[in-house]
Design a protein around this ligand. Structure first.
Ligand code: NDP
Length: 398
């Protein structure tokens, strides 16, 4: 009997619930809890499998612990927001349950995301014989697994990685983000950092741009360098990496809107006084923008997320490109969500299956590249995200 408790009923929570229900041979019971229980009930109603629902404030450890004790899951899947990572980890420790998430902890009042806070739980999880798997989404998540695969199978030494995330889809809205707008805008407007020769090097947000020719008919798109959290764990756990960069596509239209919103102060994360009330502009902006969940039926096109790893094989320099292509409309037909939530939610469930079946299980706090990548990818493909490996091509240095 492997019961899971999913926390967060947003775009990703919906996909995770659908996919847990499809994994009946491993997952035998599902409870979906979130701040707004009506959203849990709406997701449960889409699924032909009994899904229990509950209301919970995931900022409150005793409330979470009470829910966990009542539901008795083997694993908590955290797909709420990064602000809740530590409280949910604390509740898992208090109740003796394993933990999985898809994004690293970020304090609400500081746009700073890094693993140090969660890595600090290593001893507490290990001593209790519990496991926490960090960043089991696509990026972070599958991109870490692809890098580990390059290191295990295709290169003797991985020296450089370019993680490239393309959303070649279109939703027809003037401006919308594909996942939680607050998290998305905080990430995109942060100072860029990339890894080079043993340290992170800073540059202004979105100041480095290239055109990259994507495979499988997607074609050339503008990619912009930004900081992304998987680089922090990858350069620690695969220390041969001398250079690591993360790239994402943005349309000119998206960047135009973002620039104006920033210039007028709408992306600020500090409190401002308005009509005798304190508001945080980016939270107000989130309330105005389309709910990413509402983009599902509108979004057409594909995503292409992957890693180009460069290094040495048999004494010669070699490159390997490992990627996945995902179709927005096919995702919507299957789980009523666009590909951004799908590509996050499916790896979360595959991570859960790895833990629940014991294929990936050891006490402590771990990142994805610390386990056998092939075991994960063997399950990821049949669950909806097949992997393409182009071994030994030539891609321009970025
Ligand atoms: P959404 O904003 O759509 O959903 C978040 C959900 O969490 C909502 O249901 C929200 O409740 C709930 N929630 C927020 N605060 C609390 C709280 N205090 N207590 C209980 N529930 C709470 O986000 P997404 O589904 O788009 O993203 C979910 C996670 O996935 C995020 O952490 C995001 O960073 C991560 N992510 C990871 C990616 C990857 O590839 N690794 C890619 C994309 C996202 P309510 O409905 O009431 O607001």
């Amino acid at each position: 009997m492997s019961k899971v408790l999913i926390i967060g009923a947003g775009g990703v929570g919906g996909v995770v619930t659908h996919k847990c229900a499809q994994a009946k041979d491993v997952i035998t019971g599902i409870t979906l809890a979130s701040r707004t229980e009506s959203k849990c009930k709406a997701i449960a109603a889409q699924i032909d499998f009994p899904v229990k629902t509950a209301q919970v404030n995931a900022d409150n450890v005793p409330e979470l612990a009470e829910l966990i004790r009542k539901e008795q899951p083997k694993l908590v899947i955290n797909v709420a927001l990064p602000y809740q990572d530590l409280t949910i980890m604390d509740a898992c420790l208090a109740t003796g349950v394993d933990y999985l998430d898809t994004a690293n902890y970020e304090p609400l009042d500081t746009a700073k995301f890094e693993y140090s806070w969660q890595w600090a739980y290593q001893d507490r999880f290990r001593e209790k014989g519990l496991m926490a798997l960090l960043g089991s989404g696509f990026d972070p998540g599958v991109t870490n697994v692809y890098t580990a695969l390059a290191a295990k199978k295709y290169l003797d030494e991985v020296q450089e990685i370019d993680i490239i995330d393309a959303n070649a889809g279109s939703h027809g809205q003037p401006f919308a983000t594909n996942f939680n707008p607050e998290i998305n805008i905080r990430e995109v407007t942060a100072t860029c950092r990339h890894w080079e020769n043993g340290q992170f090097v800073e540059s202004p947000p979105l100041s480095t741009k290239h055109v990259f020719d994507f495979p499988e008919g997607i074609g050339p798109m503008n990619i912009y360098r930004l900081y992304h959290e998987e680089m922090e764990s990858l350069v620690k756990h695969i220390p041969t990496i001398k250079k690591a960069q993360f790239w994402m596509t943005f349309s000119d239209n998206y960047l135009k809107h973002l620039e104006v919103l920033q210039n007028v102060g709408m992306t600020r994360i500090d409190e401002v006084e308005f009509n005798g009330q304190k508001i945080v502009p980016i939270q107000f902006l989130k309330a105005l923008l389309p709910d990413p969940g509402s983009l599902g039926p509108l979004t057409k096109g594909k995503t292409c997320i992957g890693v180009i790893a460069r290094g040495i094989k048999d004494g010669k320099r070699k490159q390997v490109y490992i990627y996945n292509i995902c179709d927005h409309e096919a995702c919507y037909r299957e789980v009523k969500s666009q590909a951004i939530s799908y590509t996050t939610g499916v790896p979360a469930v595959v991570g859960a299956i790895m833990m629940l079946t014991g294929k990936w299980h050891k006490p402590g706090v771990w990142n994805m590249e610390q386990f056998d990548p092939e075991l994960f990818l063997e399950t990821l493909g049949p669950m909806g995200l097949p992997t393409v490996v182009v071994d030994g091509g030539e891609w321009p240095e970025l």
